[in-house]
Design a protein around this ligand. Structure first.
Ligand code: LMR
Length: 341
């Protein structure tokens, strides 16, 4: 072979090698995409925090990680989103803690026990406690990793009739999330609980498939629930909160420095969410009040006493489902005590 031919051959070989070497590099440079699906509107505490997380991650990663946020059940409804996460069709969700039993971790329903969070800081304390960490550990065997707890404040109740005392619930079809504790709560009040996806709630109420619901003002406002419910009661009997969860296999497969950056952004988005939840719900309640479309009633201490008397036995009844020790440990951080009521 002539010398010039050898040179050409060598050049071709080098060019080919460079091309192959560039291939994995190009792959590494394609943005990592995280699909974050949720069921509420963007202008709710959860919706805003998801958008904040996206902003922080995309800034800090200089575009190498992309967060695609899909609000309003656009991609998946309640139950489907859990399945989609496990299958890896989406990578991140922030479902209500009342929706974890279908995933196989029913213990999250401890958060649904009536009146279990008596103080303004109860949720914050529990979510930062070993109880919060233990519940997240349980998720791992399901292929899911818990990243953060997000608050959304106390529940209100609504129907087309005033709800002052437990007797007012008799025979009402009440929409619930898929939690057996919430099911038992509605039954104890004399109502007929019906599990329904959040995305179907407005229509369910409008058409009379259900008569009433529990929820939080920010969701009542953004889903226009107040337009199809004549009466709202500020009962503060329960609490709505979320866990931000990721597909564990996806998470574990990320480069360590990317995971670290995501954890930092999640911490900041969490601080933001927990800060806006209270003010956002207060603002929503005020907007609902101003709309004049529904009455807003606050329980008297005597009426609240009746609710407590009716609902506290659930704490004992639910021991077999949730575990007595877990409930006792939860009390320690939430500040609940049976004698305090
Ligand atoms: C509900 O289904 O009522 C809530 O969990 C919706 C939400 O995510 O706030």
């Amino acid at each position: 072979m002539s010398r010039s031919l050898t040179r050409i051959t060598r050049r071709v070989a080098l060019a080919a090698a460079a091309l192959f070497a560039a291939a994995p590099l190009a792959f590494a440079q394609t943005p990592i995409v995280i699909k974050f699906s949720h069921v509420v509107a963007s202008d709710t505490p959860k919706g805003q925090a998801a958008d904040m997380f996206k902003k922080l991650v995309e800034e800090r990663s200089k575009g190498t990680v992309k967060i695609e946020v899909y609000p309003n059940s656009q991609l998946y409804k309640d139950k489907e989103e859990m399945e989609a996460l496990q299958l890896g069709s989406v990578q991140m969700l922030a479902p209500s803690l009342a929706k974890f039993a279908p995933l196989g971790v029913k213990e999250f329903e401890v958060f649904d026990l009536p009146f279990i969070m008596p103080n303004e800081d109860s949720f914050a304390k529990v979510s930062r406690s070993p109880v919060g960490a233990k519940l997240f550990d349980k998720l791992e065997t399901k292929g899911v990793k818990g990243l953060a707890y997000w608050d959304n404040g106390p529940h209100i109740m609504s129907a087309n009739k005033p709800l002052h005392v437990p007797a007012d619930f008799r025979g009402l079809k009440m929409r619930i999330q898929s939690s057996k504790v919430l099911d038992a709560q509605m039954r104890a009040l004399g109502a007929l609980p019906q599990v329904m996806a959040f995305s179907e709630l407005y229509q369910g109420l409008q058409t009379g498939v259900v008569d009433g619901t529990e929820g939080v003002p920010s969701n009542f406002w953004t889903q226009k629930i107040f337009e199809v419910q004549k009466h709202i009661t500020i009962s503060n009997h329960g609490h709505l909160a979320y866990a931000v969860i990721v597909n564990k296999k996806f998470w574990d497969g990320l480069p360590a420095d990317t995971r670290k950056m995501l954890e930092g952004a999640m911490k900041d988005a969490t601080d933001f969410e927990n800060k806006v939840a209270k003010q956002d719900n207060e603002k929503a309640l005020e907007l609902i009040r101003k709309s004049g479309k529904t009455t807003i009633y606050t329980l008297t201490p005597e009426e609240r006493g009746q609710w407590i008397k009716t609902l506290l036995p659930l704490h004992t009844e639910m021991q077999s489902r949730l575990g007595g020790d877990l409930i006792q440990e939860f009390y320690k951080y939430s500040g609940f005590s049976v004698t305090g009521h």
